[in-house]
Design a binder for this molecule. Structure first.
Ligand SMILES: CC(C)(COP(=O)(O)OP(=O)(O)OC[C@H]1O[C@@H](n2cnc3c(N)ncnc32)[C@H](O)[C@@H]1OP(=O)(O)O)[C@@H](O)C(=O)NCCC(=O)NCCS
Length: 436
């Protein structure tokens, strides 16, 4: 079943009906009043500005294809829902250069007038059941608070870092890029930048595909937020053959102590050469003392292209939250860094991923994964872990060894933790470079 055809979840609808709340799929593409109400509620939910017709038009143009659900209070005759959620299917990059179909969850809001009555719980659980019914093996979101989604089986699978470089201290000490950097206008950033992002995302586990709303929201326009385009500057990197391979969007403002700070809004590079060319350009901007970039990798190569590593302050935090719904499909989508057999006994209170699973990893790192009803094969590494712990190691964001030392993964065979750590290791640290 395609995600756009999935019906409303009857369990959640029945639960909410007990409180005289109705759960309904919204047809924002064909019902303008509904679109206006949805937009108003989402902007208010995230403490954004009052929505206007431009916001509604943008949402209709960019997100009408998504699955949009609202909750109405039957005791009120309001046109606005009291809760919202928007979901869609997207490819998530995984270690090895492949992708796994993923249920992206966004626009989760519950009106402050209706909070803590279990509305978000019903919305999230209904989307997880619907994703599973559509055979989508993983769900994903970015969280406003780290304490909300663990109870539904989500875990922070990829962390990112905010990096601030003091350019008076850290000079460029990386390779000299062979191409050139040139200014581009925003329309070119929208087209060329998006193309480069799409190529670059396969190099990084943890990235999802862009849609029009995500790319616009990343660079210059998001409903409910002030116009961000006016002071945005953008450059493109073309390689020695003249092919565009990277973009950077940034703005320069007075920072602390009257020194100028360049804030990188987004930097995407499809090659290492473009990456070096763009970072050097930004770090050598005249009059700029600090260059800051958010949503960067926790293993950012640029840190090793500076003359003084202490020139950079690196502040990591959780960003991409995943929830594994189907371990067989999820685990087969990625490749592994060590061959061998692994048996995982997964514990999942919501039961999506509950059970015993056998991974047989060949010399190329490809896994054949199956549900195992019987005993553990004699040569297999065997461990018990929660679905959330599997999520933490799934794209390589955390090591199995760290979780074992934290008392979270139990080994049943000698060397099981070393095997898990080596097999699930990702040579590229996972990273998600946008919010959704
Ligand atoms: C966060 C939000 C969606 C929660 O909605 P809600 O309907 O009040 O949540 P529920 O009543 O279904 O709560 C389910 C559980 O989550 C907990 N919870 C809800 N909001 C929480 C929060 N902000 N922090 C920690 N726990 C929270 C509840 O206590 C409850 O816990 P329980 O399992 O022990 O019973 C809502 O407060 C909201 O819209 N906030 C502003 C927008 C936002 O942050 N959206 C999330 C975007 S990622």
């Amino acid at each position: 079943m395609d995600f756009t055809d999935a019906p409303i979840d009857t369990t959640a609808a029945a639960n909410l009906a007990e409180q005289k709340l109705s759960l309904e799929l919204l047809d924002i593409a064909n019902d303008h009043d509904t679109a206006v109400g949805f937009e108003a509620v989402v902007n208010r939910g995230f403490y954004g500005e009052r929505s206007d017709e431009k916001d509604v038009e943008f949402t209709l143009r960019t997100t009408a294809y998504r699955r949009t659900t609202g909750v109405w209070d039957a005791t009120e005759s309001d046109v606005e829902p009291v809760a919202t959620i928007g979901t869609w299917e997207t490819p998530l990059s995984v270690p090895g250069g492949g992708t796994v179909p993923t249920w992206a969850i966004s626009a989760v809001t519950v009106a402050p007038t209706h909070r803590r009555r279990g509305i978000a719980r019903n919305l999230i659980q209904s989307e997880l059941r619907t994703a599973a019914a559509c055979d989508v093996p993983v769900a994903a979101l970015t969280a406003s608070e780290a304490t909300i989604y663990g109870r539904f089986g989500f875990a922070p699978a990829a962390r990112v870092a905010k990096i601030t470089v003091d350019t008076t201290r850290g000079k460029w000490a990386g390779p000299t890029a062979r191409g050139r950097v040139r200014f581009i206008e925003l329309d070119e950033l929208h087209t060329s930048g998006r193309d480069i992002f799409e190529r670059a995302r396969l190099r990084n586990p943890g990235e999802i595909a862009l849609d029009d709303a995500l790319w616009s929201g990343t660079i210059d326009y998001q409903p409910g937020k002030a116009d961000k385009a006016k002071d945005l500057r953008a450059v493109q990197y073309t390689d020695a053959a003249g092919t565009p391979q990277g973009i950077a969007a940034y703005r320069v403002k007075d920072g602390t102590d009257g020194k100028l700070t360049a804030t990188i809004v987004h930097l995407a590079a499809a090659t290492d050469d473009a990456y070096a060319g763009l970072w050097r350009y930004l770090l050598e901007l005249d009059l700029v003392r600090f260059v800051e970039a958010d949503l960067r990798s926790t293993d950012e190569p640029m840190l090793w292209q500076l003359s003084d590593v202490r020139a950079a302050k690196v502040a990591p935090y959780d960003h991409l939250w995943l929830r594994i719904l189907d371990p067989v499909a999820a685990l087969e989508a990625r490749t592994y860094s060590r061959a061998g057999s692994i048996v995982l006994d997964l514990v999942d209170p919501l039961e999506f991923a509950q059970g015993r699973f056998l991974l047989e990893i060949d010399a190329a790192g490809t896994a054949s994964v199956s549900r195992l009803e019987g005993d553990v094969p004699a040569d297999a590494a065997h461990a018990t872990l929660s679905e959330r712990d599997l999520t933490l190691i799934y794209v390589g964001g955390t090591s199995a060894l760290a979780l074992h030392r934290a008392g979270r993964i139990a080994a049943h065979t000698d060397g099981a933790i070393e095997m898990l750590s080596a097999a699930f290791h990702s040579p590229v640290a996972p990273r998600l470079s946008i919010w959704f």
